[in-house]
Write a protein that binds this ligand. Sequence first.
Ligand SMILES: CC(=O)[C@@H](O)[C@H](O)COP(=O)(O)O
Ligand SMILES: NCC(=O)COP(=O)(O)O
Length: 248
Amino acid sequence: MNEQTPSRPLLGVNIDHVATLRQARRTVYPDPVLAAFEALAGGADFITLHLREDRRHIQDADVTALRARLPCRLNLEMAVTDEMIGIASRLKPSDCCLVPERREELTTEGGLEVAGQEPRIADVVARLSAAGVQVSLFIDPEPRQLAAARRCGAPLVELHTGRYADAASGAERAAELTRIRQAVDEGRRLGLTVNAGHGLNLDNVAAIAALPGIAELNIGHALVARAVFVGLRAAVAEMKQAIAQASR
Ligand SMILES: CC(=O)[C@@H](O)[C@H](O)COP(=O)(O)O
Ligand SMILES: NCC(=O)COP(=O)(O)O
């Protein structure tokens, strides 16, 4: 629950798109395991990765290797499918985040529809929790989804910040930030630990990191993109600094 929310959000580095580069040629490099250690050297608090049904980037072997070798928490993002539940139950990552997934999507387009499938989500939360996995639900910043997440027994939620990140105007961005702030407050009132992520970068992270009560941020694509120019260790260090400055 949320009694120990840190003064500034922890940073989970999502290494999906290191694997995207590897999959472009089906080579064995760049190695996501090496990337994870570089991210940790840059100050990452834990590592996040998304094992998609279509395996477009992260592969099963990456999850197995990281589970065996990481000295930190491993946050496995996955769809709510029997296949993925089986993988998570077998590998037992420290954390698992249930996300929506559609084959044709370019990236995650919205939050998990928890409110419309509570019995299924509650069952999966119970099964993974019984296996010792800390489960979070990737949801839109909406009161009905927060309430449903609480009823499903999830201890954590991750608020989808994609609409904030993709806002086409300052007014729209401000409105989305208000929506997220209200969702953080409501989630904490419900006793949830509240995380956030998707589409965050050096230009937009400060306003999110400054929101009181956010426990963790998951950031990936923008960090890997920045790493093309400065390296992953430096890109993570930059992001940690931006988060620290925003949450003073
Ligand atoms: C759930 C989420 O917002 C991301 O962590 C997710 O991994 C995005 O999918 P891609 O990494 O394939 O863009
Ligand atoms: N859950 C969000 C995440 O892990 C990273 O999302 P992005 O920074 O790659 O958009």
